[in-house]
Design a protein around this ligand. Structure first.
Ligand code: NAP
Length: 292
């Protein structure tokens, strides 16, 4: 069945609008307090996807006037060297946000390192204190990707209250905080994962479907409820029959699009919102630091 109003949730355009507002706010605060907000993105090794994400984040910082204090470590860097760097950045009053780019090489204990970040500078929202605040519904720094999805829904005036939201994926980075944020907004939430039985049947019940599995074409047109709202967090690199590589989400976009009420494209949907929420969180940390 075709939807009467299929509408693209244009994360790229919205991200641009929010970044313009952030830039104005950063300029105002910088002239008042004498320093810009600062973000340190720590990257280990040469994973090309991670390097592209880090470049993206630093470019976005430069655009809105946030200073970058990033560091790039060789793949064989020791745990103690990163730990020392995090502790130094925790004490540095020019640095408001610290982000450890994941994934890390296997010899490093990512969970331990994330716990070393000062919770007030944890702009990725992955410190247990911030995750705990999310569980309790208290204010705190929120994980950027699900926060970006919630902002996208809000800006398009999509009310999730009472709706059945199905989240595919249960990672600590996306799926779990996504489910908690939807719950906080009074959706009825189901979380699916690899062990979920009869996933297509579950997806068919979703008023709002949010997929973060990392699995191209996982969601096909026959599974989606007509007029559903579909948010595709997945980012997958695929190679077509001509050998050309491109990015796709988890949803078979061409087939699903016309059945939905709203849908995010990949690229240009959730991705730009994630980066924008990182900038937003850095500004929040900066404002908190200035107040204390
Ligand atoms: P992850 O840690 O690998 O988690 C993937 C989750 O999806 C797991 O919970 C897994 O279940 C579940 N899953 C995988 N295949 C499935 C299937 N066939 N059926 C049902 N569940 C399935 O990945 P992540 O870090 O959450 O990222 C997920 C995707 O989002 C990736 O494509 C990533 O690149 C993308 N991403 C995008 C953004 C953005 O800004 N747009 C940000 C972050 C991540 P189990 O727990 O049972 O293994």
């Amino acid at each position: 069945m075709k939807s009467v109003y299929p509408q693209l949730l244009d994360g790229k355009a919205l991200a641009q609008r929010i970044q313009d507002q952030l830039k104005t706010e950063v300029e105002r605060l910088k002239s008042k307090y004498g320093r810009p907000p600062g973000l340190a993105v720590l990257m280990v090794g040469d994973n090309p996807a991670s390097a592209a994400y880090v470049r993206n984040k630093e470019r976005a910082c430069a655009k809105v006037g946030i200073a970058s204090f990033g560091q790039h470590f060789p793949a064989d860097v020791s745990q103690s060297e990163i730990e020392k760097t995090i502790h130094r950045l925790n004490q540095d009053s020019n640095v408001d946000g610290i982000l450890l780019q994941l994934p890390l090489p296997e010899h490093l204990n990512g969970v331990y390192l994330l716990h070393q970040i000062d919770p007030d500078k944890d702009v990725d929202g992955l410190h247990p204190l911030n995750l705990g605040r999310l569980v309790r519904g208290e204010t705190g720094l929120r994980s950027c990707t699900p926060a970006g999805v919630m902002r996208l829904l809000r800006e398009y005036q999509i009310d999730v209250n009472g709706k059945h939201a199905v989240v595919v994926g249960r990672s600590i980075l996306v799926g779990k905080p996504m489910a908690l944020m939807l719950l906080e907004a009074d959706a009825t939430v189901t979380v699916a994962h690899l062990r979920t039985q009869n996933l297509p049947e579950l997806i068919r019940q979703a008023d709002i479907l949010i997929t973060a599995a990392g699995c191209p074409n996982l969601i096909t047109a026959d599974q989606v409820k007509p007029n559903a709202i579909v948010i595709d967090v997945g980012i997958n690199r695929v190679t077509d029959t001509q050998g050309k590589s491109r990015l796709v989400g988890d949803v078979d976009f061409a087939a699903v699009r016309d059945m939905t009420q709203f849908i995010t494209p990949v690229p240009g949907g959730v991705g730009p919102m994630t980066v924008t929420m990182l900038l937003h969180n850095t500004l929040l940390s900066y404002q908190k630091q200035l107040r204390s």
